[in-house]
Design a protein. Structure first.
Length: 585
């Protein structure tokens, strides 16, 4: 069983090399780099023969000026060719990693929301940065030494067979011994590398989560808890590092021991053959030099195969990510007119291996009308929004625009007709201008920008800022208040000019003054648009054309505020509490 697992792990090189080929590395640059490396290797193979002649017939009269010049030129050319080879391989390595990261980034942007539900952000970041770095290390640091080492060993062995085949065969006994050591240790390194990359990803996740939510950490006095979590992750990384160190501690000394014994045997046996006259002193010196040229590549082979195992372990998750099913943004017809009723017909939905979040939901969102969805937390309101946005597909039922299923339209064109303003009102790190224009491909004039900000009641606070529209908002907009972030989100939606509008708790986290301003901005935004609103505060939806009441994924009431107040007990209870409180305030 162990042997089978070992073979399977070594068999993983195929998908790894397919992944590298997929980055389309420059064959010309690799070829030139390897040619340069081979040239330097061939020069190094000649040097022991030159040394042999020098030892056997050394005298000042035998060394001529052309020989000295030729030797100097050879050494200089070897150094230049070696440098060029290293640079070109580094260039290829960086290109491969850049291509891998580009493919990953492109893939991550078209993966469905369900992928991000099941995969932690820190893990994904680690695949993009740490794992691709392991691949670069293999190409830039070990690839050249592997090929040149191979040529050096073959060339040295051929020359040694010519010099003395009996001593050469004695020396080659060490080869199967070295392979017998490398194979099982390489399998161990594969396991360790895979675990190390996973632990690195976990630690990246912890850092990403904690550093993004530092205000929550400090306000909750959770520094000690997070210190413990981080220390545990660091300890896991430390243990994997130690395991890796143990394998390397076994490989290095064992290889050195074998090669040292081999060197002693060669010198002893060679000395005996010199005394017998079967070998000259110069040939013995050349033999030892060739042995050194074989020893060094064997050590490089060890590093190469260790690095290869690490790279294969690191890229398994990269390959899994690249193979994940992605969203098809372009297939389908282009949506020209979204100003039609949206029909949800017997829609049910459940997350993977979970209970139903929505169960047989049917209603119509009138074109140009305001439709509100209310209900207790966990009733499926946000999930319903996600289905309309087509982040997920219903497990049964369908959503239609007019008489056509929304799946007939391309995702890109469907989402281009939807303006979304959420409770969090997410902003990117950048300027106010960049945030208002985010996701809009056409050029936006200053007049359009200012008009959108004005309609969103954001122009006044923006113009009071020192840099106006060029003011940096900070990470996730932390330099702005909640109300200011909401108004920038509304300005963004206005600039997109969507025909369908979705408002998810857009005013729930605001103070009363900010809420009044944002409500005015929302009134401007909703004019003439099909609007779907989620709200806990009933005061924000009492004027809606239709209110849908959700409980545990089922619709238990539908109608205007007055109709539901008369017929729906839970709605009447919520309305009595909230609206009475508001009147007293």
């Amino acid at each position: 069983m162990e042997q089978t697992n070992s073979v399977a792990k070594w068999g993983n090189w195929r998908p790894f090399f397919r992944l590298i080929r997929g980055t389309k590395p420059s064959k010309l640059k690799i070829g030139v780099a390897l040619f340069m490396s081979i040239a330097t290797t061939l020069v190094s193979l000649v040097i022991p023969l030159f040394t042999k002649d020098l030892v056997d017939g050394f005298s000042l009269s035998t060394i001529t000026t052309p020989q000295i010049i030729l030797l100097i030129v050879a050494f200089v050319a070897q150094a230049i060719a070696g440098g060029l080879s290293i640079y070109l391989l580094n260039h290829v390595g960086e290109s491969v990693v850049a291509s891998l990261r580009e493919r990953l980034w492109k893939k991550l942007l078209v993966l469905p929301i369900s992928y991000y539900d099941n995969n932690r952000t820190g893990d994904t970041i680690s695949r993009m940065t740490n794992d691709t770095g392991v691949v670069k290390s293999l190409i830039t640091e070990h690839l050249s030494s592997f090929f040149t080492g191979l040529i050096t060993i073959v060339g040295s062995v051929v020359t040694l067979l010519y010099l003395d085949w009996q001593m050469t065969l004695t020396m080659l006994i060490a080869v199967p011994l070295c392979i017998g050591i490398l194979m099982p240790l390489g399998s161990q390194m594969y396991k360790i590398s895979k675990g190390l990359q996973n632990e690195t990803a976990s630690f990246t996740t912890i850092m990403n989560q904690v550093l993004q939510e530092m205000r929550l950490v400090k306000s909750s006095n959770a520094e000690t808890h997070e210190l413990g979590m981080g220390t545990k992750a660091i300890g896991n990384l430390f243990r994997f590092g130690l395991r890796e160190g143990k394998v390397q501690a076994v490989i290095g000394p064992l290889m050195s021991f074998i090669l040292m014994v081999l060197l002693v045997v060669v010198i002893g046996y060679g000395g005996m053959r010199v005394s017998m006259g079967a070998l000259t002193a110069g040939e013995l010196v050349a033999f030892i030099l060739y042995l050194v040229q074989i020893v060094i590549p064997l050590g490089q082979f060890t590093q190469f195969f260790t690095s290869l195992q690490k790279a294969m372990g690191a890229t398994e998750r990269i390959i899994a990510t690249l193979d994940a099913e992605e969203e098809d943004l372009l297939t389908g017809r282009t949506l020209e007119n979204a100003g039609l009723p949206i029909h949800l017909s017997h829609v049910s939905f459940a997350y993977e291996n979970g209970e139903k979040i929505l169960d047989d939901v049917s209603f119509t969102i009138g074109a140009g009308k305001v439709n509100a969805i209310v209900g207790p937390s966990g009733s499926g309101k946000t999930t319903l929004f996600s289905l309309v946005e087509r982040y997920y597909q219903p497990i049964s039922g369908e959503i239609r625009l007019g008489n056509e299923p929304v799946t007939d339209f391309s995702l890109k064109s469907w989402r281009s007709q939807i303006g979304y303003v959420s409770q969090e009102s997410p902003l990117i790190a950048g300027t106010i201008r960049e945030n208002i224009c985010y996701g809009i491909s056409r050029t936006i004039s200053d007049e359009e920008l200012k008009e959108a900000a004005k309609m969103a009641y954001a122009d006044q606070f923006i113009e009071e800022l020192p840099n106006g529209y060029e003011t940096e908002v900070g990470e996730r907009g932390m330099k702005l208040s909640g109300g200011q972030r909401q108004r920038i989100g509304i300005a963004r939606a206005l600039l997109r000019d969507p025909q369908i509008l979705m408002l998810d708790e857009a005013t729930s986290s605001l103070d009363s003054n900010s809420e009044m301003i944002v409500q005015k901005a929302l009134q401007n935004l909703m004019k003439g648009r099909t609007t779907l609103v989620i709200a806990h505060r009933l005061s924000t939806v009492v004027e809606a054309d239709q209110i849908i009441f959700l409980e545990k994924g089922k619709i238990t009431g539908m109608g205007t505020h007055e109709e539901l107040y008369q017929t729906h007990e839970m709605y009447r209870e919520l309305a009595s509490q909230q609206l009475l409180v508001k009147e007293r305030v």
